[in-house]
Design a protein around this ligand. Sequence first.
Ligand code: GDP
Ligand code: MN
Length: 354
Amino acid sequence: SASTDRFGPVGEGRTIPQDSKVQVGKEKASFVMLIRNQELQDALKSMKQIEDRFNHRFHYPWTFLNDVPFTEEFIRETTKRASGKTEYGLIPKEHWSIPESIDQDKMKAAMRKMQEDRVIYGGSLSYRHMCRFNSGFFWRQELLDKYEWYWRVEPGIGFYCDVDYDPFEFLRLSGKKYGFTITLPEYKSTIPTLWSQTLEFMKKNPQYLNSNSSLQYLLEDKDQGKALSSDPPPEYNGCHFWSNFEIASLDLWRSEAYRSYFDHLDSAGGFFYERWGDAPVHSIAAALFLGTQEVHHFADMGYMHVPWSRCPQPDEFYKYSKCVCPFEKKDSFDLNGWSCQPRWWKIAGKEYGA
Ligand code: GDP
Ligand code: MN
């Protein structure tokens, strides 16, 4: 892992003095971007918006992770774009490979079948590594050991409103552990047995179910009100927090509950035989292991990741946060029939009027 504390000449003879990169935000927190070298331009696009809208006042560090070494150009250009320290981590091979226990012929057959069925990313091995990494390993990277909080950023996102407070501090002070902007259902064809594996895990480990969990947010309409242990068991509606944006506690994933949940899922093999995404894995864990009030919808943040975007609905938020959303408010994904936001509002309540 290379650390860059060098701030060479920038632009037309200007230099950024070392102390302008002094961290002002007080939380132990970092942005985290898993990214490929060839996505540099989209990384810069994301960084520019997050810096302009938030981080130029807080100077939180950026941590970049990659399964291959970052190029000099990637390091140079992202360092220039950051108002905080930048660090670059090479992911250990064992966090980005197929475990011994996986039957590779079975995996390849499953991948061919999913490709034929046109399941999104169904034929991709690298996508599977990415999902497994984001589920079980990003929070184990050495560079993140010193942090308690992270803000996941993806290349090519849109970030449309000012954030003039510190969301890490907000989460800490309000006792919250996980924050999201968009919620929607997962493609069922990518997770045929994720829910039955979850039920099996919860049956063995009922102590991990939070007494104030968000279980009902995960359940189909016909199963509303059912307990996890009912017979027949309740069905999963696929709703998840879209994990390309997350502001959350690293300790959530470092917890005994989550580690053993991940181990259970990993030995079931579904990251490879199916195509389990980190979004439903994180979301099921957050919904079951945390109390509803520990999960936060950042209703004041405008966000886009292809193909969906959302902006704050109430005028007071929209104006107060100086949003410039390149679409009409009525086209905000929160109001789309495919959104799980109404389900979340139903169990968590709207966090704003209207
Ligand atoms: P999508 O959002 O589900 O369409 O998936 P993406 O292609 O955006 O991948 C999710 C995140 O993982 C993005 O931040 C990507 O840059 C990153 N990513 C995906 N595949 C790889 C990979 O093979 N290597 C690295 N280093 N990053 C990857
Ligand atoms: Mn993406």
